[in-house]
Design a protein around this ligand. Structure first.
Ligand SMILES: Cc1ncc(COP(=O)(O)O)c(C=O)c1O
Length: 396
């Protein structure tokens, strides 16, 4: 056989690089947060096959521990291969049939994302809104359920763009009374803020790996309860997203173990280790740790004369929004912390862009030492940035 004549190799994109060498950073922004060292070790283990009996056992362990951290007995509880947005999309892709009315309660950036996604699955999207920094009352939600009669209410528990924690008591009950499914975004609460999915009657929820669970980004925990399963089973058409179709995924994650896609096995090694650590600490202890460290941060920030956006009763322990003081270039200060101290803070999103810093204390990073380190730096270095003079601001 004559050998095929191949074109000559184009080397114009061939970069001569050194092996990767990333700096050490303390990630105190909205996420990702730093991963726990033993999670990183788990990620670095030799992969095994995604149908290996040992991996199948690990899948069951991950599912069971996810049920623990969410406080749910939902059979269909799996880590989606993808980030939090993939898991968010999975809830909507599986539930929405064209023309279904979806009510999205928006009080920040991620509520807007839910509304955008629901529209892409051809839902009739109706929205109610609160100003960024506030939460919904039960009365407002009830009124909207009465007015709009939606099939689904979607909302964010921990709104990362504002630092508001939505009080959940009574919302699931209302949804049942109005024959509506409740979808809850728990991306910035899972593992760090009290969550009781079954007691709160939440029908579907999703989260991410990179915040309260102390893993790198890459997995999106997903769960659906019996009422949502019934809606899925009654669909007249296929789920319009093959990759996120839970009935297909459940053939792999359920008892059949049929190949669906090649699972990111190492990410699930990391997830197992992260959940194992959380179970070892105990959920209530993890919640208390997050609250205690956040309260120390709030007290320290206020004693430095900084103002917090959210009233204390609605504040998230995982994410604190601080007003950037008058005359300070917020971006320049964050850049200074990153360049000179290896610390990442977040800036404002959407309506809060340029107005706030977002400080995350999530999972492995929620420690008194991190709080103290940041407060000390704010005390010693922020004064130079209070001047509008760029020369002053380049101190350090
Ligand atoms: C509340 C909320 N929902 C959804 C997402 C999307 O998750 P991801 O960026 O992992 O796709 C985020 C990301 O930070 C979030 O904070």
């Amino acid at each position: 056989m004559p050998q095929p004549v191949l074109p000559s190799v184009n080397s114009s994109h061939r970069l001569g690089l050194d092996p990767i060498n990333t700096p050490s950073r303390l990630l105190l922004g909205p996420g990702p947060s730093n991963a726990h060292p033993t999670v990183l070790q788990a990620l670095a283990r030799t992969p095994i096959g995604h149908l290996d009996p040992l991996y199948i056992q690990l899948m069951g362990e991950v599912q069971e521990l996810l049920r623990y951290v969410w406080q749910t007995d939902n059979r269909l509880t799996i880590p989606m291969s993808g980030t939090g947005s993939a898991a968010m999309e999975a809830t909507l892709a599986n539930m929405i049939e064209p023309g279904d009315k979806v009510l999205v309660a928006i009080k920040g950036y991620f509520g807007l994302r839910l509304a955008d996604m629901a529209g892409r699955y051809r839902a009739k999207v109706v929205t109610i809104e609160r100003p960024w920094g506030e939460a919904f009352s039960l009365e407002e939600l009830e009124q909207a359920l009465i007015t709009h009669k939606p099939a689904i209410l979607a909302m964010v528990h921990a709104e990362t763009s504002t630092g508001v924690c939505q009080p959940m008591e009574g919302i699931g009950e209302l949804c049942r009374q109005h024959d509506c499914l409740l979808v809850l975004d728990t991306v910035t609460s899972l593992g760090a803020v009290p969550l009781f999915l079954d007691a709160w009657k939440v029908d579907l929820a999703y989260s991410c790996s990179q915040k309260g669970l102390s893993c790198p980004p890459g997995l999106g925990p997903f769960t659906m309860g019996p009422r949502a399963e019934a809606k899925l089973a009654a669909r007249s058409g296929k789920v319009p997203n093959w990759y996120l179709d839970v009935s297909l995924l459940n053939q792999y994650w359920g008892s059949d173990r049929v190949y669906h896609h090649t699972a990111p096995v190492n990410m699930n090694f990391g997830m197992r280790e992260a959940l194992r650590l959380l179970a070892e600490e105990g959920l209530e202890n993890a919640w208390t740790r997050h609250r205690r460290n956040a309260m120390a941060l709030w007290t320290g920030l206020e004693s430095l004369g900084l103002e917090l956006l959210v009233p204390e009763e609605l504040r998230l322990p995982t994410l604190t929004t601080v007003h950037i003081p008058e005359g300070v270039d917020g971006k320049a200060f964050s850049r200074h912390l990153l360049d000179h101290h290896g610390i990442e803070l977040g800036g404002g999103l959407g309506a809060l862009a340029g107005k706030v810093w977002r400080i995350g204390l999530m999972g492995y990073n929620s420690t008194p030492e991190n709080v103290e380190r940041l407060l000390k730096l704010l005390q010693s270095e922020l004064p130079a940035f209070r001047s509008s003079s760029p020369a002053m601001a380049s101190v350090g």
